[in-house]
Design a protein. Structure first.
Length: 345
């Protein structure tokens, strides 16, 4: 087999790609991990910006693992991950993003973005978060929504700070003995799942690491709001309480998760055959018709996304799962007003 020749990536190209991705892996989105530039088409001589993606070492290794069908993380997937992540980074950096379309009035609601950081050398911890707040002509409504968003961020930071300060002596001892990383870190990154004059759906990816742990932990939190008037939407606000919505959500997710899971196994073909005779107990339990299994639902145009964090329906190594459910499946069980808002432009 002919070995492909490698051409050094020009510094300006590398800088552009790294900056666009905020020096963060476009697949796992975990900040602070060492990263490298990956050639999407596997041609080390193609150093165009479009062919380069930022991956951490773990996700890059996934591009080299071959399963029964193809590579576990192939080029089409990486292109989608890159496109999505670069858009999210750009939106986060923008001082303000309006929901109005080009050429329309700018009097509608918009979002302003906030970033906070906190470091303590004494207690050996660091914390960073970014989030969005609503800005419109109705300051009362804005305040009601924004108070809940800021309260969510404050609660996370206070809990983390309290734990980090309480463990300061243990971390000092670990540092003195040279045992592992004697530092706690919490990162909260947000993305906008949906933003219209009537609805706001915020996704928060939370990454935490505590000194001495074997690996960082990641989790997802979702805040959904009905705007003007302001109201936080819980799961029972989205669906008709008289309907069997939990069963409908569960049946759809269980089926979809069984289709997704084999692609994350070392032998997808063998796993597909196994699932034909026996369903996965982890999925049946973690996506069963119970309210706690559907606490993380984000709103999208013409549907929703159900988020399943590591350990809920599979092991930590398999990562997070997401199931998209289209509006036509949801209409019989969804509140009519919410369905109408999700389908409107």
């Amino acid at each position: 087999m002919t070995k492909k020749s490698r051409i050094d990536i020009p510094q300006d190209v590398a800088a552009s790609v790294l900056f666009a991705s905020d020096r963060t892996c476009c697949v796992c989105n975990v900040p602070g991990k060492p990263v490298q530039l990956h050639h999407i088409d596997d041609n080390p001589g193609n150093n165009s910006i479009e062919n380069l993606a930022v991956l951490c070492f773990v996700c890059h290794r996934e591009t080299q693992i071959c399963g029964g069908f193809d590579r576990k993380l192939d080029a089409p997937q990486i292109r989608l991950y890159k496109e999505n992540w670069v858009e999210r980074v750009a939106a986060r950096r923008a001082p303000e993003r309006s929901s109005a379309s080009p050429g329309s009035s700018d009097e509608g609601p918009s979002l302003r973005y906030v970033q906070i950081e906190e470091n303590s050398a004494e207690s050996m911890y660091s914390f960073e978060a970014d989030y969005a707040l609503v800005k419109s002509r109705n300051r009362t409504t804005d305040r009601e929504t924004n108070v809940l968003v800021e309260a969510f961020i404050t609660r996370l930071s206070q809990q983390f700070r309290a734990n980090a300060v309480a463990s300061a002596a243990d971390k000092a001892s670990q540092k003195k003995e040279g045992f592992g990383i004697a530092w706690d870190h919490l990162s909260v990154a947000h993305s906008i799942s949906l933003f219209t004059p009537n609805l706001l759906s915020l996704e928060f990816q939370i990454s935490s690491y505590y000194a001495g742990a074997a690996h960082p932990n990641t989790s997802t939190e979702i805040l959904n709001f009905r705007l003007a008037p302001s109201m936080r939407l819980e799961i029972h606000d989205l669906f008709k309480r008289s309907s069997n919505y939990l069963e409908v959500l569960s049946d759809y997710c269980v089926e979809d998760l069984h289709k997704q899971q084999p692609q994350r196994w070392h032998d997808p073909v063998a796993r597909i055959e196994e699932l034909k005779t026996r369903k996965d107990d982890w999925i049946l339990r973690g996506a069963g018709p119970r309210p706690r299994n559907f606490e993380r639902i984000s709103l999208r145009r013409h549907g929703i996304v159900v988020h399943f964090d590591p350990y809920q329906v599979d092991c930590y190594a398999s990562g997070k799962y997401e199931v998209s459910i289209p509006l036509h499946v949801l209409r019989p069980i969804m509140e009519d007003e919410i369905a109408s808002l999700l389908s409107s432009r």
